[in-house]
Ligand binder design. Structure first.
Ligand code: NAD
Length: 250
């Protein structure tokens, strides 16, 4: 039980095959009280109810909307009175070439991943500061490190590179309050984020470049998140944990 009675907010965790959902399940199995924070209230509540153990919660929140984020935080604090960890999974991607990126594409992708990570972090930091403890996990992507070329367009790579910078700078600023901030850079993981738009041929090409010779599974990322949320990583902050099957070794 690595997270016994810890209160953990996981954004973007309603998606059934998603990374957030797998993380929520693993964390709940490790004793955590989970807040599923996703766009649709019913989907969030259903996901929370499906978790092992008791005392979980589902809230509706658009992470890119400051008012909604603050309202969700109030609900969470009213129920639990503390927040031990935040995992920022909410994100979207779009397979666009650079000249096809319109302002609305840029805003959509950057707002969820980058603004959302900032707003959610700002929402939990005061409570973590009072507690003098907390772990914030930011979800970047191998696309940020290798310059895309997998599925998302350049605006996705930029958003996820921004997340890395944000995580590292927050780690530096918040260390004195014993708040750790770390990032995970997943490779290509089998979820619904690509919306069936990745062809078998593209998938085979990607696998050919992966030393472990397979795509990732959501549980592969959940395990990395468990390490970062728990005391197993008590002396790690500002790190980037690559979970990509060796797709990028640097
Ligand atoms: P997913 O599409 O299964 O889940 C994403 C979730 O985010 C959905 O439940 C969606 O409703 C939610 N969401 C979207 N916009 C939101 C908003 N504004 N506010 C709150 N919730 C919102 O995707 P996934 O594959 O589980 O991806 C999770 C994260 O991991 C994303 O940030 C993604 O960019 C990142 N990532 C995924 C992969 C991969 O290969 N699957 C690789 C690298 C990084």
């Amino acid at each position: 039980m690595l997270l016994k009675d810890k209160v953990v907010i996981i954004t973007g965790a309603a998606s059934e095959r998603g990374l957030g959902r797998a993380t929520a399940k693993l964390f709940a199995e490790n004793g955590a009280k989970i807040v599923i924070a996703d766009l649709n209230e019913q989907a969030s509540v259903n996901a929370a109810n499906a978790l092992p153990g008791e005392g979980h919660m589902g809230v509706a929140v658009n992470v890119a909307d400051e008012q909604q984020v603050q309202a969700a935080k109030e609900k969470i604090l009213a129920k639990y009175g503390r927040i031990d960890s935040l995992v920022n999974y909410a994100g979207i991607t779009q397979p666009l070439k650079v000249m096809d990126i319109k302002a609305e594409n840029y805003d959509a992708v950057l707002n969820v991943s980058l603004r959302g990570t900032l707003l959610m972090s700002q929402a939990v930091i005061p409570t973590m500061r009072q507690q003098k403890s907390g772990s914030i996990i930011c979800i970047s992507s191998v696309s940020a490190q290798r310059g895309g070329g997998i599925f998302g367009g350049p605006h996705y790579s930029a958003a996820k590179a921004g997340v890395l910078g944000l995580a590292r700078a927050m780690a530096r600023e918040l260390g004195a309050d014993n708040i750790r901030v770390n990032a995970i850079t997943p490779g290509l993981i089998q979820t619904d984020i690509t919306q069936g738009k990745l062809s078998d041929e593209q998938t085979a090409q990607i696998i050919a470049g992966i030393p472990l010779a397979r795509l990732g599974n959501a549980i592969d990322i959940a395990g990395a998140a468990l390490f970062l949320a728990s005391d197993l990583s008590s002396y790690s902050t500002g790190i980037t944990l690559d979970v990509n099957g060796g797709m990028l070794i640097h």
